[in-house]
Design a protein around this ligand. Structure first.
Ligand code: C2E
Ligand code: MG
Ligand code: MG
Ligand code: MG
Length: 292
């Protein structure tokens, strides 16, 4: 069919698109079932302070093992869910799940801030702020232990409306960061106006560190700008020591990446991050700041 037909490929362009549409529809259908059948899970990727080496938070990343397809990457199914609108239901589930996990850890005496990815369509729902407030309340989680990761495109789509929503979320006390920073539009005025706390340098800029001069320049610029605006800067996709050292020297605050750990299921995350060793006792919950 299309692939082996070489130079005649263009003739099949239209039908091929239809095949893609069909497989996207099938994927969407499978996702709807997956939510009901509880096939989604959240994994947590540690975020590490570059100055102390301590794990200071975790990013929740959705995982899905479909009975037919096997493990499906969120890079594949999230865009399809965004297109169909099903992302709103998935996003709700992710939010509740992550908030519940952080609340459970807190009850066990472990204060671990959790960051959740938010899609544009989800953010645009009029009830979005309410659903965040409700999830926190239902789980009895201090809002400061939840971070919402937004993308530049979310903030620029309807900047006025977005600003109001961000202010409501800030009022609620949740943290907010800009994910994949540097890959969207380069209108920087909003950084000053929007009540965000953190920039996440996209891993496409981290890849080339330290050798690639443009990546190095971009990363330095982002860190300096972030610092000037009193924002924390975290780098994602850090895979080796040379990258980490560059970031540390550049003044970046935190990193996330395979160098430390990939996203782990909750049990593995606890094993890796919490169990510090046989001699280190866990602090009782009443001694942990903000747990009361
Ligand atoms: P993201 O939010 O920018 O997440 C970072 C991605 O980089 C994750 O891929 C993570 O596993 C991967 N990563 C982390 N460290 C490294 C590293 O050192 N090297 C490399 N090569 N990759 C690394 P993942 O989990 O496949 O997620 C892909 C994207 O799917 C996410 O990008 C995010 O945009 C979206 N996504 C994932 N979970 C959710 C979710 O619950 N809700 C929404 N709306 N989107 C999600
Ligand atoms: Mg993210
Ligand atoms: Mg990211
Ligand atoms: Mg990214």
């Amino acid at each position: 069919w299309v692939k082996e037909s070489g130079r005649a490929t263009f003739r099949f362009h239209q039908p091929r698109k239809d095949v893609d549409l069909l497989s996207r529809m099938r994927l969407d259908h499978a996702m709807r079932q997956a939510l009901q059948e509880r096939e989604f899970r959240l994994h947590y990727q540690p975020q590490i302070s570059l100055s102390t080496g301590q794990v200071i938070g975790a990013e929740a990343l959705i995982r899905w093992r479909d009975p037919l397809r096997g493990e499906v990457s969120p890079a594949e199914f999230i865009p399809v869910a965004e297109e169909s609108g099903f992302i709103v239901a998935i996003g709700d589930w992710v939010l509740q799940q992550a908030v519940n996990q952080a609340a459970q850890w807190l009850k066990q005496g472990w204060r671990m801030p959790v960051a959740v990815n938010v899609s544009a369509l989800q953010f645009q729902q009029t009830q979005f702020v309410d659903s965040v407030a409700q999830a926190l309340k239902a789980a009895d989680l201090p809002p400061s232990l939840l971070e919402l990761e937004l993308t530049e495109s979310i903030l620029l789509r309807d900047a006025q409306e977005a600003l109001l929503r961000l202010e409501a979320l800030a009022e609620l006390g949740v943290c907010m960061s800009i994910d994949d920073f540097g890959t969207g539009y380069s209108s920087l005025g909003y950084l000053k106006r929007f009540p965000i706390q953190r920039l996440k340098i996209d891993k496409s800029f981290v890849n080339g560190l330290p050798g690639d001069a443009s990546d190095a320049g971009i990363v330095n610029a982002i860190v300096q700008m972030g610092r000037a605006l009193q924002l924390h800067v975290i780098a994602e996709g850090v895979e080796n020591d040379a990258q980490r050292e560059f970031l540390s020297r550049a003044g970046c605050h935190e990193f996330q990446g395979f160098l430390y750990a990939p996203a782990l299921d909750p049990r593995a995350f606890e094993e890796r991050v919490w169990r510090p060793g046989p001699s280190a006792p866990r602090a009782p919950v009443h001694l942990i700041r903000g747990a009361a």
